[in-house]
Structures are given as C-alpha cells and as structure tokens.
Design a protein around this ligand. Structure first.
Ligand SMILES: C[S@@+](CC[C@H](N)C(=O)[O-])C[C@H]1O[C@@H](n2cnc3c(N)ncnc32)[C@H](O)[C@@H]1O
Length: 208
C-alpha cells in the first residue's frame, strides 16, 4: 500500500520541531541564493508572496527585505516561531489546509518541502496551492531528485524520526505540474557538489 500524507505529517512535525534551532543556524548554499534571486526577478515590486514549508523563515525574511509582502506557513510550530522572530507573518498550516482566500497570492515559494509529500497526495497539494494563487500567479518548486522514483525514509537521516521523502524523475515531476494545470515557465536541474541533484521548476497558474 502506498504511503499517505496523513501518515507522514506527525513524524515530520516531530522531526522538524526538534531541529528548528539547528536548521536556523545553517547558512544557505550559494546555489540556493541563485535560485531564489532568479525567482525574485520574475516578481513585480511589492508582490504578495506565500512561502510554504518555510522552515525558519530565512527565505521569507529575505523576500520581505526585498519589498515583497510575505506570509510564511509551516507544519512545525517551532519553525513558525523562528519565522515570527524574524518579523515575518507566519502560521502553522500544512499544505492541504492553506486557510487563505482563493487567488490571494501573486506567487508561492516552495523550496525543499514538496519532497515530503507522497506521490499519492501531490495532486491534491498542487490543487491547494493553485487555489490560493491568482490567475497567472507563479509557483517555484525546488526538490531533490531526477535519477529514480522512490518513496520512504532516507538512511542515516540526522532527524528523528527519520523523515519521509519522495524522489521523482524529471518526467514525473513535470507531469504532476502539468496535470495540475500549471504552465512550465522554466525547468532546470542543478548538479550539486555532494552528488545530489536538484530540480528547479517555475510554474504559472492558468488564466491572467
Ligand atoms: C527541508 S525543510 C525546508 C525549509 C525551507 N523551505 C528551506 O529551504 O530552508 C522542509 C520544511 O517543510 C515543512 N513541511 C514538511 N511537510 C509539510 C507540510 N505537509 N505542510 C507544511 N509544511 C511542511 C517542514 O516542517 C520543514 O520546515
């Protein structure tokens, strides 16, 4: 039987609550800053941006300093506390319960978080994200994957309990995006020094 969203939510919350302070102390890798800057340049001044799976709010705080109107959400209350400490409006919310009016954001930023959603539930999550985007709004998705399709905890994870990951091929990831009605604005892989591979995807919600 395939893994389901509701089964992974509790363990992920526990894992990230316990590691929030540690993760907040990590410096962003330079390639992530490049990805973030490229997405920023696609957005109009003062755009309203929702960051989902925002972690401790490092990126949200940066987007806010850039003049965007930012709201952050995360599953982990400890992560949300770090976001608020940075002066970012933040809420404890999970991807399937984004409690915002339809079409209320110009953009959504989702870095290294949709890899925690089982494939079975990714269509519902993408539909929930699409619902809060205005017509023509942009979604950035950044995940690790590309070589194979696999789901489950990773060996030697430093988080407790070990986190659930879904690794997707490029075709799979792009298929989920287009099946959800998004137009692909950009897709490119990033080869990382540690041997991992990152998939960078910028999508546009239908309509104008
Ligand atoms: C690897 S961290 C990435 C944090 C941040 N985006 C970054 O790149 O630094 C993944 C984050 O996604 C959050 N997360 C995982 N599943 C989630 C869900 N279903 N709903 C909301 N947040 C979730 C976790 O709590 C965690 O803070």
């Amino acid at each position: 039987m395939s893994v389901r969203y509701d089964d992974v939510l509790g363990p992920l919350r526990t894992a990230y609550d316990a590691r929030a302070a540690w993760r907040d102390g990590l410096a962003k890798e330079p390639w992530k800053l490049v990805e973030r800057q490229a997405f920023r340049e696609r957005l109009a001044p003062g755009a309203r941006l929702l960051e989902i799976g925002a972690g401790s709010g490092q990126d949200s705080a940066w987007f806010q300093a850039e003049g965007l109107s930012v709201v952050a959400v995360d599953l982990s209350a400890a992560m949300v506390a770090h976001c608020r400490a940075k002066g970012v409006e933040a809420h404890v919310m999970d991807f399937l319960h984004l409690d915002f009016p339809a079409g209320s954001f110009d953009a959504v930023y989702a870095l290294s978080c949709l890899l925690h959603v089982p494939n079975h539930d990714l269509p519902a999550v993408l539909a929930a994200v699409r619902a809060v985007l205005r017509p023509g709004g942009l979604l950035f998705v950044g995940v690790y994957g590309g070589d194979e399709s696999a789901e489950g905890p990773i060996d030697g994870d430093e988080h407790v309990p070990p986190r659930f990951f879904s690794w997707r091929t490029d075709e799979q990831l792009l298929g989920f995006a287009t099946d959800a009605g998004f137009e692909v604005v950009d897709f490119h892989p990033v080869a990382l020094d540690d041997g991992h591979r990152f998939q960078s995807l910028t999508l546009r919600a239908p309509g104008r």
